[in-house]
Design a binder for this molecule. Structure first.
Ligand SMILES: *Cc1c(COP(=O)(O)O)cnc(C)c1O
Length: 312
């Protein structure tokens, strides 16, 4: 039984015009407010859909290895569906993230110095009645994320371009799937990453799905060293403009967005907003740009200020 009155675990989010962002960007900017999802990020669209599919197939437990918004979304989905959730996270996971996962009633197991160790334990725990929920590399997730575009199309609004952040590429893959299934194959996607987490932009430049040696960015939710194959393939077949911003620009965008729109988002989301605030050329050539305000709940305002103070 979903927690929301709607038929899905995620909600239909508002699409609003932003006057301050339009003035800064030099074009009309519309905001798809995924930060308002009950779990605090767009992740609930795909993860909610995947968890519901696994529940229908009789799965009795959900397992995740994400100490970020994906783990929080799985925990939320499990609580709504009355299915127990275990999230295995590395020692580097913040107290805040662990508390948010536990707050949803999920079990948190801390294991290993880095994510791959936590993930290995999570994989080893998988029994026949368990479902592993990947944070970005799963067709069920992309289908769920695509609902974001269906909602926009149903409202009668057609963007001239879509701006979104890329981590492992799940959001990007889902949004492109949504554009294509609504007949919007020619609507370009402008992608945003921070310099130290630019696995998508670097892969497109290189013409192969390169793996970054390490992640060096405050945008922790963009910290996938390699994008999924699907995202790379769509990056080559769909019209895409891959852009990169500094950590500082992403942090400043978070602060300004909070002041102007009264919504707190993570630097992962600030990366996309930073392009609009900078009046980036890739946006200005389009009449109506829809920004996917992907959200994120793992960074407090205090944390954002501390990160900014520590910038070189
Ligand atoms: C997961 C996440 C991203 C990146 O999404 P991918 O599907 O990994 O590309 C961006 N912003 C926020 C807030 C996220 O939680």
């Amino acid at each position: 039984m979903p927690c929301e009155p709607e038929m899905t675990l995620h909600i239909q989010t508002p699409l609003i015009h932003s006057r301050p962002l339009s003035l800064a960007a030099g074009t009309e900017v519309w905001l798809k407010l995924e930060a308002l999802q009950p779990s605090g990020s767009f992740k609930l669209r795909g993860i909610g859909a995947a968890c519901e599919a696994h529940a229908r197939q009789g799965k009795r437990r959900f397992i995740s290895s994400s100490g970020g918004n994906a783990g929080i979304a799985v925990a939320y989905a499990g609580r709504c569906l009355s299915i127990p959730v275990t999230v295995v996270v590395p020692q580097t996971t913040t107290e805040r993230a662990k508390a948010l996962i536990r707050q949803e009633g999920a079990e948190v197991i801390v294991h290993g110095a880095a994510w791959h160790e936590a993930n290995a334990l999570a994989q080893s725990m998988l029994g026949a009645a368990d479902a592993f929920i990947h944070p970005f590399d799963d067709p069920l997730l992309w289908q769920g994320h695509a609902s974001l575009v269906d909602e926009v199309a149903a409202s009668g609004f057609r963007p001239d371009a879509v701006l979104l952040s890329v981590g492992g590429g799940g959001l990007f893959s889902g949004v492109v799937e949504g554009l294509q299934r609504n007949g919007w194959n020619t609507v370009p996607v402008i992608t945003a990453e921070t310099t130290g987490a630019a696995s998508f932009a670097r892969a497109l430049e290189a013409g192969r799905r390169i793996e970054l040696e390490r992640i060096d960015s405050v945008a922790t939710s963009l910290g996938a060293r390699q994008v999924c194959e699907r995202a790379f393939a769509l990056g080559r077949s769909h019209p895409v403009q891959a852009q990169v911003v500094s950590d500082r620009a992403a942090l400043e965008a978070c602060e300004r967005f909070l002041d102007e729109q009264r919504i707190l988002v993570e630097p992962a989301c600030g990366a996309a907003l930073a392009l609009a605030y900078a009046g980036n050329e890739a946006l200005r050539v389009h009449g109506r740009v829809m920004v996917v305000v992907c959200g994120g709940v793992t960074a407090t305002l205090e944390q954002i200020s501390a990160w900014k103070a520590a910038q070189p």
